[in-house]
Design a protein around this ligand. Structure first.
Ligand SMILES: [Zn+2]
Length: 100
């Protein structure tokens, strides 16, 4: 099973819509999670981030597939490029995990 097809859109009512289904309702989460000081701004930022997720995942998968990658070399190195690759691989694995 894969995620709801993109693009996803963050609507003003806190709903994040996919191409074929509702993805999230951040205001429902906000009502249970945040105090009055956030005034919905954090929930709207969360909706924007959620809505960008399919695009971010696609971009990471394209970027990490552009060149041959030696995973052992990356694991052994701590330069900025290798650290960015580690973060990218972890994010892709997190996004693709369906049994959480
Ligand atoms: Zn390196």
């Amino acid at each position: 099973m894969t995620h709801t097809p993109g693009p996803w859109q963050a609507c003003k009512n806190g709903i994040v819509e996919g191409k074929s289904a509702l993805v999230a309702d951040v205001f429902a989460v906000e009502a249970r999670s945040y105090d009055d000081e956030t005034e919905g701004s954090e929930a709207r930022a969360n909706a924007a981030l959620i809505a960008a997720s399919p695009d971010l995942l696609e971009a990471l998968e394209i970027l990490t597939g552009l060149h041959d990658i030696d995973h052992e070399e990356i694991a052994a190195c701590s330069c900025d490029t290798c650290n960015a690759h580690k973060i990218a691989f972890a994010a892709i694995a997190k996004a693709r995990k369906t049994n959480a």
